[in-house]
Design a protein around this ligand. Structure first.
Ligand code: HEC
Length: 199
């Protein structure tokens, strides 16, 4: 079943679960189940679009040109989905490159740290996702997170100093003076695709 693949932080209260629902709870359940499915679709689309874009650019023009292209197209892929859905759709990390767009908020930090722990214990990062309804002073929000994992493709721009070509290092120093998104290793959690929408 759909929800059995979703794991919740221990102790977090959430209405999204398969256990014992009454008819009244059931309609809320369906709404939330749709929210999860819609969010999952958008998160998958974003990950695929970012990856496709990077692979194509890397093959066509190498890491330096690809980096310059990503500076413009990667944020555009996210804001296009935000415009299309009306939700906040972001890609964030505990160690962001673009500190203006990629910085995780408190909820996102907690989720990424939890994903890190689960991957360290041997869970498959590719399947990690988390949903929660949160209350904030401005209202209630449905929040969805899907792990973004580091793979070989990422290393020329996010790996160790010897994995990044000199041209990439120089460009990063110019464009992202506060870059923290380096020294990642394959199989680590880079961050999450994060979706936030009002309920
Ligand atoms: C060609 C270089 C390049 C490659 C390859 C690359 N990235 Fe990035 N990445 C960037 C740049 C540049 C940015 C900053 C974009 C911006 O200005 O918003 C970035 C930003 C990000 C962000 C947004 C959050 C942040 O840190 O600002 C995520 C998430 C991300 N990268 C994940 C990945 C993952 C996962 C891979 C491998 C699948 C990867 N990247 C491969 C260059 C690259």
């Amino acid at each position: 079943m759909l929800f059995l693949t979703i794991r919740f932080l221990a102790g977090v209260l959430t209405t999204v679960s398969m256990a014992g629902f009454s008819p009244a709870a059931h309609s809320q359940e369906s709404t939330e189940s749709r929210s999860v499915q819609d969010s999952r679709k958008v998160a998958l689309q974003v990950s695929q679009d970012l990856r496709t874009q990077l692979i194509r650019e890397m093959q066509l023009s190498g890491p330096l040109r690809s980096l310059v292209a990503c500076k413009y197209t990667c944020p555009e892929i996210l804001s296009m989905q935000s415009r299309k859905t009306g939700w906040r759709v972001a890609a964030v990390s505990l160690k962001p490159r673009n500190s203006a767009l990629g910085m995780a908020d408190a909820w996102e930090q907690k989720v990424i740290a939890d994903f890190d722990r689960r991957v360290a214990k041997g869970e498959k990062g590719e399947t990690l996702e988390f949903v929660e309804i949160v209350s904030e002073p401005q209202g209630r929000y449905f929040r969805y997170a899907k792990a973004m994992m580091v793979e070989r493709l990422c290393l020329q721009c996010h790996g160790s100093s010897d994995q990044r070509p000199d041209s990439v290092k120089a460009q990063l120093a110019t464009d992202y003076p506060f870059d923290q998104a380096v020294d990642f290793r394959i199989g680590q959690v880079y961050g999450i695709v994060s979706i936030k929408r009002g309920v």
